[in-house]
Design a protein around this ligand. Sequence first.
Ligand SMILES: [Fe+2]
Length: 193
Amino acid sequence: MVTLKDVFVKGYVTAYDPSTHTIRAVIPGRDNKTTGPIQILEKNSMSTKHQHPYSIGEQVVIIFDPESSNLNEGWVLGSPYSSVDIPPQTSPTVETAVFSDGTVVSMDTANSNLSVNCPGTVTVKAETIRLQGSTVTITADTLGINGTNTTFGGSSSNLNINGTGDVVVNGISLVSHVHGGVQSGGSSTSRPK
Ligand SMILES: [Fe+2]
């Protein structure tokens, strides 16, 4: 008679193949036998696809076909947390993904804060990108804006450039340019036309 213990089995990943999204696992409850490639169940696999890689040594729960004694006839249901592999956070209002390089994507519904913290590069590519907020702050050592047509505008727009730097247009410095055709002296020129 097949029991639930025969169907739901704990194992430890020994290999992961992303091209087929399968793992092999060693099964302590089956004399430490190693399975063949076993499919990992995901939310979707057709036009919408999800893929979550598994780490070597990660504990998984596998459901085996009760009609088969073949250790390939199974599916990975998921990976349980344990006293060794603990959840990354303890708030009941936070949904998060923590990656092996330290990247964290986190959503806290208690304060509606969505955060992406990535030690590498974040690339956002789209036909149209809109950043909209009552305050938008960009902080960078180097800030580059590359646009064929660049407009700074608003209903009552002011552009303030602080600091001790300069604005240079076509090689002409806003801070230190001079005007020809005027006599040097104490007078000021009139406002630009
Ligand atoms: Fe001028």
